[in-house]
Ligand binder design. Structure first.
Ligand code: SF4
Length: 630
């Protein structure tokens, strides 16, 4: 190729979701670096990137294809590479991103459609590739591996000085506005990514964040970020996802949030939510950021990523330097401000057992996560520390590989999940999965939440002990056996996903258990160890599709649960509800805080479609307790 010829470049970053599309920031970063920050001239024709969820029918022919690979788009990117090679057999395909399994010995034999792999920060390497290809110079450079020289010694390339880089958002403003319009024309949601720094001082075993973990934090230019925020506010996207691993770790981070808030008066930001991943140990800036976002309607909830609460498990995942006690402080602060928060755990951690997992649920319930506990299955990402052969060998890790579906309406992608290790077998893993779904349906979806809280606060019964009692109810055993048999097929057999059919609909296990219990409520509620009144309260406020009537009980549970809510985190009530005739009135028939759902005459399918079908963080408080108990 002569350097007078334009080199045609296509970047592929398929979005995870069909209806929610990220503007192609990575494309912008590469283009901006080549055009503004690279010290050599390259003549490039930047084709419009592939950033929608689907593979388009008309992929353009190109000279260089850059693939930005994540777990959800890896298979798709391989397909796009194959198509590009058919269109132009000389097309040079370079892959980067966390999902490229470049540590695999025979990588280039397994993926012949790929010519090179970048294992370092992408911008400079990509610019060098374009320059060298344009000038017929070898592209065998540091920071990447070539199909023609796969076994060369890998050299680490120094990290870039981000503060000196030109903003992709500002340099490619017109293109981003055009792409935004394209997404809106297709009636899809627009998401944008804000990057204020790169790097993370931690090295959690399950995490792969490019080459950015266990590294110093490098900052982008402060003023540039402020201008990027202004541009994003002007776009009014549905979501600004702040990609920093530890937002709030730097004092100046708060200024970015203040800029978003200040802009509310300047732009129409009616759709916008801002998501951050809070700093793990140093909390005051991230807490203050969340307070500002929440109070200004730029965030609706917060997420506290515990992953587990057991010291040994945390130590094996190399997370023992992230203190649970700091997360507890964070929860206290969210409670004080009134931000609903969800606690997050991982299933499949090396070192875990069913008993330890029960303990983690117990810890989160004691902290007050009564509405939302999220579970993630431990994905064995190819370049995460947990996938290193020494780690796998040390902890005797075994995995299952599945075409995984995150929800029934998403496109499946192939991935590996840890399903056994030195501390649990695959059968134990099935029991851990089952218990997690059980707790979510019984407690988070409120089948026994209030009875459990009474048992804990007034009868000195732990949540684990309480739910062990519920596990003995015959109909619940039957329902769990149905789920267990499905899980057996998933973990030990060929079943690819964790969804179970219910009235011709695919449901996750917790929703299935909930609905099967609702169908059999008389049998489920054959349990009065803690009194008939609390069971009556529970039955009256559970969402079960029956018309609701006001009711009277011999106890004042309104005051009781109000007082429970006032307790400090991890504090136990040790008081009883007052015995006094109390009227309970339905002020309205909406579910929890979601007044758009009229549940006066609910059918089971309405519960499925309108309540359980919502994103998990929208279905918290799925009972009538909000209006009955207040
Ligand atoms: S999970 Fe978060 S804190 Fe842990 S290494 Fe990854 S980015 Fe850093």
């Amino acid at each position: 190729m002569s350097n007078n010829e334009k080199i045609k470049v296509l970047i592929s970053i398929p979005s995870l979701l069909h209806k929610s599309i990220y503007l192609p920031y990575i494309w912008g970063r590469l283009k901006t670096y080549v055009e503004c920050d690279y010290d050599k001239h390259v003549n490039v024709e930047w084709l419009d990137p592939l950033y929608f969820h689907e593979i388009p029918d008309d992929i353009p022919e190109c000279d260089v294809l850059g693939l930005s690979c994540y777990v959800w788009n890896w298979e798709k990117n391989l397909e796009i590479a194959r198509i590009s090679k058919q269109l132009n057999p000389n097309c040079f395909v370079i892959a980067g991103g966390p999902q490229v399994p470049y540590n695999q010995k025979n990588f280039f034999e397994l993926y012949p459609e790929i010519d090179a792999v970048c294992y370092s920060e992408g911008e400079h390497i990509f610019a060098e590739v374009l320059y060298n290809l344009s000038n017929n110079i070898s592209v065998d450079i540091d920071g990447m591996l070539l199909k023609t020289n796969p076994n060369k010694t890998r050299k680490l390339v120094p990290k870039m000085e981000l503060g000196e880089l030109t903003s992709a958002w500002l340099h490619c403003k017109d293109d981003f506005l055009r792409f935004e319009q394209e997404i809106r024309n297709q009636k899809k949601r627009v998401n944008v990514l804000l990057e204020t720094n790169r790097g993370c001082p931690y090295k959690c075993a399950f995490c792969d964040w490019g080459s950015a973990t266990n590294s110093k934090i490098k900052k982008f230019n402060f003023e540039t970020i402020m201008q990027e925020i202004d541009f994003m506010c002007q776009l009014n996207p549905e979501l600004v996802f702040v990609a920093d691993a530890n937002f709030g770790i730097l004092e100046l981070d708060l200024e970015f949030i203040k800029r978003f808030v200040r802009n509310i008066n300047n732009y129409n930001m009616s759709r916008m939510q801002v998501n951050i991943c809070p700093a793990k140990n140093k909390k005051h800036i991230s807490n203050e950021s969340l307070r500002l976002l929440y109070e200004n309607k730029l965030a609706i909830n917060s997420v506290v990523s515990f992953q587990h609460t057991d010291d040994e498990v945390l130590s094996i995942m190399d997370r023992d330097n992230i203190k649970v006690i700091n997360s507890v402080e964070e929860v206290k602060e969210y409670n004080r401000i009134g931000i609903p928060s969800a606690g997050v755990l991982i299933i499949g951690n090396p070192g875990d057992t069913l008993s330890k997992l029960k303990g983690a649920f117990d810890d989160l319930l004691c902290m007050g996560f009564h509405d939302e506990i999220r579970l993630h299955d431990y994905m064995l990402l190819p370049n995460a520390p947990a996938a290193a052969p020494e780690y796998v060998e040390k902890w005797k890790i075994g995995y299952i590989e599945k075409m995984y579906l995150e929800s029934p309406d998403r496109t499946p992608f192939k991935t590996r999940f840890i399903a056994e290790c030195f501390s649990f077998t695959k059968n134990d893993y099935i029991e851990m999965q089952l218990y997690s779904s059980f707790i979510q349906s019984m407690h988070n979806l409120s089948l026994f939440k209030f009875v459990a809280m009474l048992a804990y606060h007034s009868y000195n019964v732990s949540y684990t002990e309480f739910y062990d009692q519920i596990l003995q109810i015959p109909i619940i055993k039957t329902i769990l056996d149905e789920v267990r048999s499905d899980l057996n097929e998933y973990v030990l057999g060929d079943k690819q996903h964790k969804f179970i059919t219910y009235h011709n609909k695919m449901l996750n296990y917790e929703n299935y258990i909930f609905l099967r219990c609702i169908e059999n409520l008389d049998e489920v509620y054959q349990f009065d160890t803690y009194g008939k009144d609390i069971m009556e309260l529970q039955r009256n406020i559970v969402v079960n599709g029956q018309p609701k009537k006001d009711f009277v009980l011999d106890y004042d549970f309104k005051r009781y649960f109000h007082n429970i809510q006032q307790l400090e985190i991890n504090e136990r009530g040790m008081f009883m509800p007052e015995k006094i005739k109390t009227n309970y009135k339905f002020k309205h028939f909406s579910v929890g805080p979601y007044e758009d759902i009229d549940t006066t005459n609910f059918k089971i399918k309405d519960i499925t479609n309108k309540v359980l079908g919502r994103l998990t963080n929208y279905r918290h408080r799925i009972t009538y307790y909000n209006n009955v108990l207040q």
